[in-house]
Design a binder for this molecule. Sequence first.
Ligand code: SF4
Length: 337
Amino acid sequence: MPTDQASGAGAGSIVRSAAQNTPLLLDIRNLQVEYLTPHGPVRAVDNVSIAVQSGEVVGLAGESGSGKSTLAHAILRILHPPALITGGEILFSGKDTLTMNMTELEQFRWRSVSIVFQSAMNALNPVMRIRDQLLDVMQCHGISKAEANRQAVRLFELVGIDPQRLDAYPHQLSGGMRQRTVIAIALALNPPLLIMDEPTTALDVVVQKDILQQIVHLKERMGFSILFITHDLSLLVEFSTHIAIMYAGEIVEKAPARELFTNPLHPYTVGLMNSFPSIRGEKKKLTGIPGSPPDLISPPGGCRFHPRCPRMMPECPVKAPANKAVAEDHTVACYLY
Ligand code: SF4
């Protein structure tokens, strides 16, 4: 469930989760990540608060370059210089991951949170058999070779690949099989949270649909939560609980999935919604969003979306709008509301 920045660093989410008596698995509060460049710092993630409860699928959508993947890497603490976390907190089951030492981080990654990257070919080692890559993860975390082998077979069955293919090299599998393999590796230690960073982007739409169905099936069977990152808002319709929209490093709107689809408020969200076709209802012209995302070395003043916004008003370039709660669990950062 996305937290409520307006209510102060995710406090809103804590109140709601306590009321519902469900624990917050991931609670990111006012996170800032900067890339230090010769031209000055680039704030790729700016004051972002977002949370995931047990059993939830939270979608994070926005164009390329909006900071989504940087946020995912920050959660796992796998950012490399010149990227730096310069502010905020990342709490996992109440524990601050930013204070973890290397040993704690090694346990945290894969056991608590794992990630499925966009391109399976880049995530897999091309000169290692799949079985060895799976065993490597499990044995690094103290699982015996015999048990890891049993688990590898079980994982391949779970993701719908014949376990005989365990001894294949990545190039001997199809694109869909490779992505399923990466999902199997991410699930090797049964983590409660899976981050999926554009997991189906490189695949054709039919395989994409198969993989998404598989993810839903696995989630129901294994009970993990998902933070699903994509530039394609339409993918989130089917299975997200909540959706957050990110633009130029900031969260500009957050709402329950159904609410966001029936009542999108921020002009950027509306633009994203109008950028993909619907299979239901009347045919309509796709309009897209004019222009391109800003250069974050010198982002536009005021509302960062104002140079592209069809509803810009005189105050928009002057001061950035704060996130406001407009309905239960629905916040938006826009002067129209
Ligand atoms: Fe558009 Fe102004 Fe709202 Fe920004 S604050 S999205 S420029 S109307």
